[in-house]
Design a protein around this ligand. Structure first.
Ligand SMILES: Nc1ncnc2c1ncn2[C@@H]1O[C@H](COP(=O)(O)OP(=O)(O)O)[C@@H](O)[C@H]1O
Ligand SMILES: [Mg+2]
Length: 246
């Protein structure tokens, strides 16, 4: 069973074709990275799953039901898609404390307050922020803010968690630790993740599957091992070459 599928998805901005013919099946519980150079269309593909962008044509499904099929006028609103999102910029609200930031998606969904409290407390433990409920974001480190964003992305128990370069603003040491933390949380939850990155180390250390993109196309997909052992062309071989051999 696949959790997310793209079927011949295309995206144009005006006359500019940004995604050409994107077809991909993402299996339940997999951690899949979209890896490619800046501008290749990774964020666009992620945002089309969330509903923040709409594909120009083609079909997107989550859990085998259609969330976007513009040719047949089916376009589900983002809040109906059961996805969580985590961005590079954290997007943590500065005027809300940690608890309220994390509780926000549950409030929007009108979750009863006792259940809301339980769920927020549970997720704060998982991201190791229990005890920080009353802290304001400006009194948190970058890594802690990113954990708040992660907790907020997970708290409503989404079917898919979408992460867009979530570690790019962190220093190298923290980035390394958070790679392991995100992967562990993903495995504990068994949640399907799509992880956008231009950093091959992140993609190769975290993913079940990597989708290598260039200029709006999928160039290769496979496990890290498959891609490392059999890059399909020079673009992939160059892109995944270890830095010291460049
Ligand atoms: N709102 C927009 N309007 C016009 N062009 C856009 C818009 N958003 C993205 N693009 C273009 O689409 C291409 C893919 O962008 P993006 O998906 O952000 O790439 P990536 O995340 O891989 O860096 C880029 O050429 C970018 O300039
Ligand atoms: Mg991007």
């Amino acid at each position: 069973m696949s959790t997310v599928s793209f079927e011949h998805v295309k995206k144009n901005y005006g006359d500019v074709k940004v995604i050409h013919d994107f077809s991909l099946e993402i299996n339940d519980g997999d951690f899949v990275s979209f890896l490619g150079p800046s501008g290749c269309g990774k964020t666009t593909c992620l945002r089309m799953v969330s509903g923040l962008e709409t594909n120009t044509s083609g079909i997107i499904k989550i859990d085998n039901s259609i969330v976007s099929d513009p040719d047949n006028k089916v376009i589900l609103a983002p809040e109906k898609r059961k996805v969580g999102m985590v961005f590079q910029s954290y997007a943590v609200w500065p005027h809300m404390n940690v608890f309220d930031n994390v509780a926000y998606p549950l409030k929007v969904a009108k979750t009863p307050s006792s259940e809301l409290n339980d769920r927020v407390n549970e997720i704060l433990k998982i991201v190791e922020l229990d005890g920080y409920e009353k802290r304001m974001p400006d009194a948190l480190s970058g890594g802690q803010q990113q954990r708040v964003a992660l907790a907020r992305g997970l708290v409503a128990q989404p079917k898919v968690l979408l992460l867009d370069e979530p570690l790019s603003n962190l220093d190298a040491k923290l980035r390394e630790k958070m790679r392991g933390d995100i992967r562990k949380i993903q495995q504990d939850f068994g949640i399907t993740c799509i992880y956008v990155t231009h950093d091959q180390i992140e993609a190769f250390t975290m993913s079940d599957k990597i989708v290598i993109m260039n200029a709006g196309n999928i160039i290769q997909q496979g496990t890290p091992e498959e891609i490392r052992n059999n890059p399909v062309d020079d673009f992939v071989a160059d892109f995944i070459a270890p830095p010291e051999s460049l």
